[in-house]
Design a protein around this ligand. Structure first.
Ligand code: GMT
Length: 375
């Protein structure tokens, strides 16, 4: 199949899922065309089945906002015609599903039918898309997609609650490639992060408000009062400065390493003992799954799709949003003795196997075949 994938090329979960999906589809002999404004961060281009087409938006002083949707839909039409692309898969409704719909219409006028699969990822529904300024167009885009998928059952229900749609939504959870430790251990040693007696606690995110970074710091504060520990903060975003200030105020700045956006996620996770994800909402929580796949138990909030990923008492524990005391108590339950920690590490790894790439990617392929049959 020749498939175009439209996604955000950044470190965010939706872009990562789209990129990993495209790479796996390429391995399965599909021809995959990524169409976006810069090269997706995890994309390996030296692959005969992978193409990348950049969307350029020329700057013009008349425009206060440069019209990305227009450039994207034009690019889609051109690439579909040039390469004979058969199917379009857009990740994140805004504005990709909208631009995809326009491309479909333009192509239909020329006698080309292009089925479109839209994957909803979370904030496109629960935070941004739900804003009254976007809602009408997002509802329209969902209703005019040929197939719609969501990354969790919870996100599917939220979509029905928040949008005017009766469209069937197929739940296809996010996935993870079960990796063997493939980094050079001599390049990154545990001692760089913590002393042997210190537990390594990790959080990875885009440091937006929704991630509740202040809770990450507070939970870590509670943990390190009871047992020796270090906190690895990976990622960058608007709340980072406030997190640094909070760490200074609490006198624990020297117990935290701020990595920024890092390409060393695998080694960091492989040395981690616990992962914190206390988000306000999370449609899935891909970062938690990545941690679990590296045998790292998760302390998370119990909102959104997180209970579908983190299994209470097996891969970690879940608490109400903002319940710092409960999160600290649960973290200490896991970390206090070696046997319990080992049990949770094993539990995390086992649960992550439910989301293996081999199990999940065929669900997308099945949907693609259905979409092609339907035209
Ligand atoms: O908030 C983020 O982490 C980024 C955001 C995105 O769109 O990239 O993540 C959303 O999609 C991920 C991949 O499907 C999910 O794992 C995240 O839970 C979801 N974020 C939220 O719902 C807040």
């Amino acid at each position: 199949m020749k498939i175009a994938i439209v996604c955000y090329p950044t470190f965010g979960g939706s872009g990562v899922v789209a990129t990993e999906l495209g790479l796996e589809l390429a391995k399965r002999n599909h021809e995959v065309h990524f169409i976006t404004y810069s090269q997706p961060v995890r994309l390996a281009l030296l692959n005969p089945n992978i193409f990348y087409h950049e969307v350029n938006v020329p700057e013009y002083p008349l425009f206060h906002f440069q019209p990305y949707e227009l450039a994207l839909s034009s690019k889609l039409v051109d690439m579909v015609k040039l390469y004979g692309i058969e199917l379009l898969h857009v990740h994140y409704a805004i504005p990709h599903a909208y631009a995809g719909y326009m491309a479909k219409q333009m192509l239909a006028e020329q006698g080309i039918q292009l089925p479109m699969v839209t994957t909803l990822h979370g904030t496109d529904i629960t935070l941004v898309g739900n804003h009254p300024f976007y809602k009408t167009a997002v509802s329209f885009s969902i209703n005019h997609s040929d197939f719609v998928t969501s990354v969790s059952e919870n996100l599917k229900q939220s979509t029905y609650e928040l949008f005017d749609t009766k469209k069937e939504i197929h739940v296809i959870p996010n996935f993870i490639e079960q990796k063997n430790v493939d980094f050079d251990i001599s390049q990154c040693r545990r001692i760089v992060m913590a002393k042997p007696e210190e537990m390594i606690i990790t959080h990875i995110s885009n440091f937006r408000k929704v991630k509740r970074i202040q809770d990450v710091i507070s939970v870590f504060y509670g943990i390190q009062r009871e047992i020796p520990a270090k906190l690895m903060l990976v990622g960058d975003g608007p709340e980072k400065e406030r997190a640094e200030q909070q760490a200074l105020d609490l006198g624990i700045y020297d117990k935290i390493i701020f990595f920024g956006n890092s390409n060393e996620i695998d080694p960091i996770l492989s040395y981690s003992d616990l992962f914190l994800l206390p988000s306000e909402t999370e449609s899935f929580g891909l970062a938690a799954l990545e941690a679990m796949s590296s045998s790292v138990p998760v302390i998370s909030s119990n909102t959104g799709g997180l209970p579908e990923v983190n299994v209470e008492g097996v891969s970690g524990y879940l608490s109400n949003v903002g319940d710092i005391d409960d999160m600290v108590e649960n973290a200490l339950k896991i970390l206090r003795d070696k046997e319990t920690l080992a049990k949770f590490k094993e539990g995390a790894k086992e649960v992550s196997k439910n989301f293996s790439i081999e199990k999940i990617v065929p669900l997308y392929e099945d949907l693609y075949f259905k979409a092609l049959e339907a035209i």
